[in-house]
Structure formats: C-alpha cells, structure tokens
Ligand binder design. Structure first.
Ligand SMILES: [Fe+2]
Ligand SMILES: [Fe+2]
Length: 147
C-alpha cells in the first residue's frame, strides 16, 4: 500500500478509538479501546519515524526538514501523555478523562498536520514506486515493534 494511504488508515482508527475513550461511560469499553489505542499508537509512531520522518529530516529543503522535526516533537508529547494515561487506574475519573481529552486534542492536531504538510512533502519528494516501498516497510516494521 502507498505510504500515505497506510498512514491514513491508522489515523482513522486512532481517531475512532479516541472518540470511544473520551465519550464512553463504560469503564470496560474505555479500557479495551485504550489498550488497542496504546498499542497502535506506539507501532504507528515508531514505524512512521523510521520510514517517513527520518527521510524527511535528511532532505535538503529546510521546510521539509522542519516538518519532520515538528512530527518528532509532537510524538514526544504524545508519548509523555500516553505514559501518564497508562499509570491511571480509573478511566472514568475526572483526572484520567482530562488527560485523555488532551491526548485527543493533541493527536487530532498532529494527524491534521501530517495529512496536510507531511503527506504533501512525501508526495513531492518521493516517486510513487518509492512511496509504495515505504508503505511495505511501514507495515513490516509495525509487525516487528512490540505493542
Ligand atoms: Fe501518523
Ligand atoms: Fe505521527
């Protein structure tokens, strides 16, 4: 699958899970959606860094480099918040739900930026054949990265 298509598929799933996490009133439903979300986010982010960001920060165009560094920075924020959410015991508590809501806001912003800026950088920088190869690498890496 072409890389931006593969990334978009995960983005839709991550957004769906975040909606469940922040709107469900059932603790069990939130917990299972959160476990799925945490695993997918980790796999997606690490594979995306390796297959996409690493290549963008190596380009000569400084705007493209900066988009890549911006992505790394937003991943770092999401990782911090994810670790905090993993520590929380009660997914229905106001504290946990507040953190989950901020995670949803950060990720929705991050995904929008990726789909606008990063996707166009990728399309302008790499030929379709390379983008398909990047998509294969992305899926393989996701399988290898522990949840
Ligand atoms: Fe992404
Ligand atoms: Fe990302």
């Amino acid at each position: 699958m072409e890389i931006t298509k593969a990334l978009h598929t995960d983005h839709m799933e991550l957004k769906k899970l975040l909606r469940t996490i922040t709107s469900s009133e059932e603790a069990d439903e939130i917990t299972s959606a959160f476990e799925e979300f945490a695993a997918l986010l980790k796999k997606h982010a690490r594979a995306e860094e390796k297959v996409v960001y690493e290549k963008l920060v190596g380009q000569s165009d400084e705007e493209v480099q900066q988009d890549g560094y911006e992505g790394y920075t937003e991943h770092m924020l999401a990782d911090t918040l994810l670790a905090k959410l993993k520590e929380g015991a009660d997914p229905l508590s106001p504290e946990w739900q507040a953190e989950a809501k901020v995670m949803k806001e950060i990720l929705e912003h991050h995904i929008k930026e990726e789909e606008d800026a990063i996707f166009s950088d990728v399309r302008e920088t790499f030929e379709m054949s390379e983008r398909k190869e990047m998509g294969e690498q992305f899926e393989e890496l996701k399988d290898e990265i522990p949840a």
